[in-house]
Design a binder for this molecule. Structure first.
Ligand SMILES: Nc1ncnc2c1ncn2[C@@H]1O[C@H](COP(=O)(O)OP(=O)(O)OP(=O)(O)O)[C@@H](O)[C@H]1O
Ligand SMILES: [Mg+2]
Length: 565
């Protein structure tokens, strides 16, 4: 809320002035009534003068109101954008584990809620509470000036309405939080289904997903109905209390007027002012509800996003420039958080000298990709250390570590942007020439050129408009642009035909020169040229040597090799 603070302060000043003048309007009505009450002998110029004051006051109120509205819009839009921005910025720095536990649609919904709630809350604070508060305060002042009894009665009644509204709203908070949570869940599920719509079609599951969504929406409807039901109960009681207040205050006013203690103008003041306050007072409950609803949404969003990072730079994290690319795993233990039974790595120790080319082999699920994720510090080891160029990767800046590693992941990570933007994502300052060269070496230039829009072709969400092999080649081109001492290839060529693979293999080999390389592959022929092959099994290294050595050894590697020949 500190964003554009001056606009915020000015919003309150102008809104306050508008509310005060609005309350002042009733003084004019009081005087006018008293004049009329005096009978026909009032001079018409005095009455006209008073009507003129009334009209000018009304116009001034309107202008003040507009000015405060414009200032509020300026303030709130900045605040809203800022809230969205800081939430998004914070979100992006969460660990890989955070994202694998959460649906992206749900996260998107939460960021949206945070921004929208900021907007709604400020509007309510200014219009629903601040202006009403000023008018109520002035009303009480009028009441006391006219007669103490009316003053006390007003305080008591306004007190009762306020206390009731606050208590009722706090009872609502839980229901509203449930409602916001269910909304996020619903959106998460719907986005997940849309993202996988082809699986839905292919498995003839449209009806099933319809039913699934219908159930989720029905749950959403029920929690919403619950909120609505409580909401209308609160409004009804609020209305009832406001009506009682109207009856008591106006009744007392008429009574004291009959006794000659207050003027007819006072009675008119109370009636007209209460009539305008009536709506706001009745709505106080729902205003508070609305406030609580948005506070709930805001809180829910903030609690989901602004939780401590699982992986963060230490306050004294060293800035380092990794140049050599020596990798050491020292007694590393690791298991995934939600899977306590299955340890992925147990006392894994491994040294990869700078510049060595290592092939990682092992059955599916052996932990090859996990090994790479640990090296990239997408997750932290449970115990043991990983050192790159002698630096414990927990103690250096994550950015410095990742800058040193070019990585072709098992699943292509492509944005719905142009091919050019996707390729140069690893090196934003790359020249067109460099991009073309990298694409050529990644064996991607031919197909890129065959597209009518060439490098300007949009690839679709996660690259759906490209074939599997094309996606991989774009990812390889991206890695080729990155000048880093370490290269990690996780099944980088698995989707290519063997002819294309052989060609790209040559390019990859030249890419590997002078770099420490970890290449994961199921097709063992692609790893023949590596300096060393490491075989993972059950979280342990079971074999370690060159291709020829391991074939001679007639162990696990030999088995795998024999099956593939
Ligand atoms: N995000 C995750 N959360 C929980 N468990 C995971 C996660 N990712 C992988 N696993 C589990 O960790 C184990 C190792 O997975 P990993 O992806 O490292 O295997 P892999 O050797 O790369 O297999 P593949 O050859 O099929 O790619 C598997 O049992 C897998 O189920
Ligand atoms: Mg894998």
């Amino acid at each position: 809320m500190k964003q554009k603070r001056w606009a915020g302060v000015a919003t309150f000043i102008f809104a306050g002035l508008a509310a005060t003048l609005q309350a002042g309007l009733f003084l004019v009505i009081k005087n006018l009534t008293n004049l009329i009450n005096e009978g026909n002998n009032t001079s018409s110029s005095v009455v006209l003068h008073m009507v003129g004051v009334l009209v000018i006051t009304m116009i001034t109120i309107n202008i003040l109101h507009r000015v405060s509205g414009v200032l509020a819009a300026w303030w709130v839009t900045h605040m809203k954008a800022f809230a969205g921005e800081i939430s998004f910025n914070y979100l992006l720095r969460h660990s890989a584990g955070y994202f694998s536990d959460r649906l992206s649609g749900k996260l998107q919904n939460k960021i949206n809620n945070i921004a929208v709630a900021m907007d709604a809350l400020t509007g309510k604070i200014v219009e629903g509470f601040f202006m009403l508060f000023i008018q109520l305060a002035i009303f009480i002042l009028y009441a006391f000036v006219a007669n103490k009894m009316i003053g006390f009665a007003s305080i008591v009644l306004i007190g009762v309405i306020t206390v009731y509204s606050v208590v009722a709203a706090s009872g609502l908070a839980k229901a509203i939080k449930r409602y916001a949570k269910q909304g996020a869940i619903t959106q998460g599920i719907i986005v997940d289904i849309i993202a996988n719509v082809l699986a839905t079609k292919q498995n003839v599951a449209i009806k099933k997903e319809e039913k699934h969504v219908q159930n989720v929406l029905d749950k959403y409807r029920k929690v919403h109905l619950n909120v609505w039901w409580r909401f209308s109960t609160v409004s009804m009681v609020g209305n009832f209390l406001a009506a009682i207040m109207f009856g008591v205050v106006v009744g007392l006013a008429v009574y004291y007027w009959q006794l000659g203690i207050i003027t007819a103008g006072d009675v008119m003041l109370f009636i007209t002012m209460l009539l305008t306050l009536y709506g706001n007072l009745e709505a106080l409950g729902s205003s508070i509800n609305y406030f609580v609803e948005n506070k709930g949404k805001l809180q829910e969003g903030l609690e989901a996003i602004f939780i401590p990072y699982e992986i963060k730079d230490l306050p004294n994290a060293k800035k380092v420039n990794i140049k050599e690319g020596e990798i050491i795993f020292d007694c590393v233990n690791f298991h995934y958080k939600d899977d306590k039974k299955n340890t992925v790595f147990q006392n894994l120790s491994l040294t990869i000298p700078a510049g060595q080319k290592v092939g990682l082999v092992g059955e599916s699920g052996a932990g090859k990709s996990t090994f790479v994720s640990l090296l990239l510090r997408f997750m932290d080891v449970e115990s043991g250390t990983i050192r790159v160029d002698g630096h414990n990767i927990k103690k250096i800046k994550q950015d410095d570590l990742r800058r040193a590693i070019a990585y072709v992941p098992q699943e292509a990570l492509l944005f719905h942007r142009t091919l050019e933007e996707n390729i140069k994502y690893s090196h934003p300052r790359a020249t067109k020439k460099e991009i073309i060269l990298a694409s050529k070496r990644a064996y991607a230039l031919d197909f890129i050129k065959s597209f009518p829009k060439g490098f300007k072709t949009l690839v679709g969400e996660r690259g759906v408009k490209l074939s599997g092999g094309q996606k991989q080649r774009v990812m390889i081109a991206r890695a080729m642009l990155k000048k880093s001492p370490i290269l990690v290839l996780d099944e980088a060529t698995s989707a290519l035909d063997s002819q294309a693979e052989r060609k790209i293999q040559k390019a990859l080999e030249s890419l590997m020169e002078d770099r420490t390389t970890i290449a994961i592959a199921h097709r063992l022929s692609t790893l023949k040229q590596m300096d060393r092959i490491i075989v993972f099994d059950g979280g342990k290294i079971v074999e370690d040597g060159t291709h020829d050595e391991l074939v001679k050894k007639k162990g696990k590697y030999y088995q795998l090799w024999k099956w593939q020949k």
